[in-house]
Unconditional design. Structure first.
Length: 362
């Protein structure tokens, strides 16, 4: 429930920036989101009561996914799409997500610090984890300094209350994508980094130090895979790239619960991680491509909101499924939902091509 509340906070923050960031200023939105995230982590580090932890996770948008999926990312993407040429948009989103995951990989490696501190320096485990979370809160303040220097590509828009934010064609496209992304993200919530770490701990007895290394390698593979995704997108198109990379990663998940040896399970998990995030820059670029510049903050915001709501629902459902159906239930459930999403996305959007693909030979 704590994980779910944190993701619900991300959803609420994303809804706010989708509807208000262009009006109040994207720079202000980025600074506020980063400050709240740092405060939430700091409270989680020292709080002991579950109710206070829940409030801190909600208001501070504490993210149990293991990667940034909050309101700041929505505004980042809107700014990025406005300042790059159409032909370079997917490459720019690739570099953006690569940077996120490289630094996320270092954060995953740092997750092993509590066990290291407790073992080598005689520090109590609880104190070690608190210092690690406080360190994460301090790091989360650094974007405030960087975002304060952001120059907006265009002056903030001043939409009327109740104004239409999307044209009719964009509205149809975005509405369909919202439903599909929500389905995918419920599956992703079943497979949140915190849930997968718990699964490895319960299934194979892997401790924090071991899991820190595993998730460091996973995030590194995520990051490297983005460049392959950009190359594939140039050859296959954005929608095909999203599907042909995402679908096999779900099939790997269906196999994972049947593996007895921890080393083989880790190897399969890393194979999955080398594929599963290749759709991310393609998806971000696609949403920006099929909407007009003045629509992008709202379009990226509502699609991110759909994903955040799905992620918020997923961990709670995963916990219930695990309790009633067994430890492997989240893996089966998450994989099944993601497979349905991939097939539906391809069937619905394979003919809706971005401008740069529409100009290229079919």
């Amino acid at each position: 429930m704590i994980v779910a509340l944190g993701l619900a906070g991300n959803a609420a923050g994303t809804a706010l920036v989708a509807t208000h960031a262009d009006r109040i200023g994207r720079r202000r939105s980025l600074v506020l989101a980063s400050a709240l995230a740092a405060a939430g982590l700091a409270v989680v580090a020292v709080a002991t009561r579950p109710a206070l932890l829940g409030v801190a996770a909600l208001v501070g948008m504490v993210n149990g996914m293991g990667r940034d999926r909050g309101p700041a990312q929505t505004v980042d993407q809107s700014l990025l799409a406005d300042v790059v040429e159409t032909s370079g948009r997917t490459a720019a989103f690739t570099r953006y997500t690569f940077t996120q995951d490289v630094l996320g990989a270092l954060g995953s490696l740092a997750a092993g610090l509590p066990a290291l501190l407790a073992t080598r320096f005689g520090l109590a485990s609880l104190a070690a984890y608190r210092w690690t979370l406080l360190g994460a809160a301090a790091v989360s303040l650094l974007p405030v300094i960087l975002y304060a220097r952001v120059r907006e590509a265009v002056p903030p828009a001043q939409p009327r209350v109740g104004a239409v934010r999307l044209g009719p064609e964009s509205r149809r496209r975005v509405a369909g994508l919202v439903g599909l992304f929500a389905l995918d993200s419920v599956g992703g919530g079943f497979l949140a980094g915190s849930i997968l770490a718990y699964w490895f701990f319960r299934r194979y007895g892997l401790d924090g130090a071991a899991l820190g290394g595993v998730f460091f390698a996973a995030r590194g593979l995520n990051a490297l895979s983005y460049f392959a995704a950009a190359a594939l997108a140039r050859r296959l198109g954005l929608i095909r790239t999203m599907v042909v990379t995402h679908l096999p990663s779900s099939v790997v998940l269906l196999v994972l619960p049947f593996v007895a040896a921890p080393w083989l399970a880790i190897a399969l998990f890393l194979v999955r991680e080398s594929l599963v995030q290749m759709d991310v820059p393609a998806r971000q670029s696609y949403v920006a491509a099929v909407t007009a510049p003045g629509e992008r903050t709202f379009a990226l915001g509502v699609t991110s909101l759909a994903r955040n709501l799905g992620w918020a629902a997923g961990p709670g459902l995963a916990g219930v499924a695990m309790g009633f159906l067994g430890l492997g239930a989240p893996l089966f459930g998450g994989a099944a939902l993601k497979i349905v999403y991939d097939l539906a996305l391809y069937a619905s959007y394979r003919h809706v091509r971005p401008p740069e693909e529409a100009r290229a030979p079919a």
